[in-house]
Design a protein around this ligand. Structure first.
Ligand SMILES: *Cc1c(COP(=O)(O)O)cnc(C)c1O
Length: 424
């Protein structure tokens, strides 16, 4: 099936007389006839639900849809994108291990890795996405457990060369994990280019209406854990907390990783998405293919308009031929990237703030990637504690405006930006 059809029908196939729409299982617990039957679930000897802290059928239905859309073998939902990226790595790496990550990743993920996971004893080496092969090679250590990057970085809009990073990871016997939040599987399917595990903040385009915070992890099922058994003992050696289950042997290559993340990490951390929120994500996914096309159309139109405007200092959007990531975007996402663009207003910080004050349709919000056009001036909000020098080191100029094009009419979005530029 084409992804448009999977977006509508994937994951849920009701039987005779069953609800047409995904039911919300608003229940913490499940009832069993006997303790013996329930015991099988606690030993992972039988599949089933017993407590929503670990798993819930609504979530699993929505995760199955996302797995189909990404071309993966198994998936799970998490309470947020942060939880998804934490689980994706912590499922493979523990204290004393090491991870190679792209330096341009989302600020929240950078903090999670460089501060919080570092405190847990996991070391990260950050590499520039455009580093030389030698620099990339030099980042690996004997205890490296995975490589992490974003398909289109938020907010840097850097497109990662997925095949190059996948090849480097595989040469070292470890998987590549990609956060595919911005393009979504509608525009980019990283597994087709060698990525092993895909993560999402479903909070963004997948939900698409700004109603629910959530995350997802998809396993391709392509990484051979047993072939690198000594690197991944958590998957290839018995788990004492489940009477000696060995995930890679007992559940197979396609299900081992997600089963372990559910059975251990969800059990212990409980960062599950509420079934109600999973339902909202499900509704969002049904129109994702229509919305992504419009987000791209609107962002492309606005980026082209801004590129020719005398009061605009610079524009960055991977859909523009002048963009440094145009070629990579064409290769990995020929139908477009996302609706987010960044640009600078001539006159620097003061003029930028003045410009934003005149916007009417594009409202100021920290959020990105939903139906409503919104914008943010990082230098005076999310990054306001930084000096201009610190901002420059983070790749954020004082005049940078991050504008997330919604699904309104491009004409109206451009007219709004036009009147705000005219007013300064
Ligand atoms: C927003 C975002 C996250 C974090 O997701 P939350 O749902 O806010 O926890 C992670 N990665 C990317 C690329 C994001 O845009």
């Amino acid at each position: 099936m084409n992804i448009d059809t999977t977006a509508v029908h994937g994951g849920y196939h009701p039987g005779n007389g069953e609800p047409r729409q995904v039911p919300i299982y608003q229940s913490t617990t499940w009832r069993y006839e006997s303790s013996e039957e329930m015991a099988k679930l606690f030993d992972l000897a039988a599949a089933g639900y017993f407590y929503t802290r670990l798993a819930n059928p609504t979530n699993d239905t929505v995760a199955a849809k996302i797995a189909e859309m990404e071309g993966g073998s198994a998936a799970m939902l998490t309470s947020s994108g942060q939880a998804a990226n934490f689980f994706a790595i912590f499922n493979l790496a523990s204290a004393g291990d090491h991870v190679v990550a792209a330096s341009t990743i989302y600020g929240g993920t950078y903090n999670l890795f460089a501060v919080t996971m570092k405190r847990m004893g996991i070391e990260f080496t950050f590499v520039e996405p455009d580093c030389s092969d030698e620099e990339l090679e030099a980042a690996f250590r004997p205890n490296t457990k995975c490589v992490f990057g974003e398909t289109v970085a938020n907010p840097a809009l850097v497109v990662l060369d997925i095949e190059r990073f996948a090849n480097a990871a595989h040469a070292h016997g470890v998987p590549l994990i990609m956060d595919n939040t911005f393009p979504t599987p509608v525009n980019c399917r990283p597994i087709e280019f060698g990525c092993d595990i895909v993560t999402h903040s479903t909070t963004k385009y997948m939900d698409g209406h700004g109603v629910s915070v959530g995350g997802a992890i998809v396993d391709s099922g392509n990484f051979d854990w047993m072939a690198h058994a000594e690197k991944f003992p958590g998957l290839t050696e018995p788990d004492d907390s489940y009477h000696g289950v060995t995930y890679a042997k007992d559940f197979g290559q396609g299900a081992a990783y997600i089963t372990k993340a559910t059975a251990q990490l969800m059990r212990d951390f409980g960062s599950i998405q509420s079934p109600q929120n999973a339902f909202y994500v499900s509704l969002g996914l049904e129109s994702l293919h229509l919305r992504m096309a419009r987000h791209v159309e609107n962002a492309t139109a606005l980026a082209k308009y801004l590129e020719g405007h005398e009061k605009v200092a610079w524009v960055r959007y991977p859909g523009l031929e002048s963009d440094p990531y145009y070629e990579l975007a064409q290769k990995y996402m020929p139908n477009g990237t996302c609706g987010v663009i960044s640009f600078g207003v001539v006159g620097g910080r003061a003029k930028t703030e003045e410009f934003m004050g005149h916007l009417k349709l594009a409202q100021i919000a920290t959020h990105v990637a939903d139906a409503r056009t919104c914008c943010l001036h990082p230098a005076s909000t999310t990054h306001r504690q930084m000096t201009d020098d610190e901002l420059a080191a983070a790749g954020i100029s004082p005049d940078l405006v991050r504008l997330s094009c919604g699904i309104e009419s491009a004409e109206d979005i451009i007219a709004d930006v036009e009147q705000a530029l005219a007013a300064i």
